[in-house]
Design a binder for this molecule. Structure first.
Ligand SMILES: [Zn+2]
Length: 95
């Protein structure tokens, strides 16, 4: 038998844009999660276990790949302080 496709239940982790945050001499990455509508912090990039607090988030099954796109911007810092963050907007990441 020739398998031509992965079962549809197995999804590849998505690649999300992550921003570098330096605090107390520690570098962390911050990523906006569209499912939690909130920011998640991570200690490093690459494939991560999702820090989602919304049980229906598909990232809980796949995790996600963080691609560092640069230093956190003033606009993202402002958004992070919002009670309901809106996210950094569309950012191109390598597939
Ligand atoms: Zn999440």
């Amino acid at each position: 038998m020739i398998v031509t496709a992965l079962p549809t239940t197995v999804k590849a982790p998505p690649t999300l844009p992550a921003y570098r945050v330096t605090a107390r001499n520690q570098i962390r990455l911050i990523v906006f999660c569209k499912h939690c509508k909130d920011y998640h912090f991570h200690g490093g990039g690459g494939h991560c276990v999702a820090h989602c607090h919304v049980a229906t988030s598909p990232y809980l099954a796949t995790g996600y790949i963080l691609q560092e796109v640069g230093e956190i911007t003033a606009a993202i810092r402002r958004d992070f302080r919002r009670r309901r963050p809106r996210g950094p907007g569309p950012v191109a990441v390598r597939a």
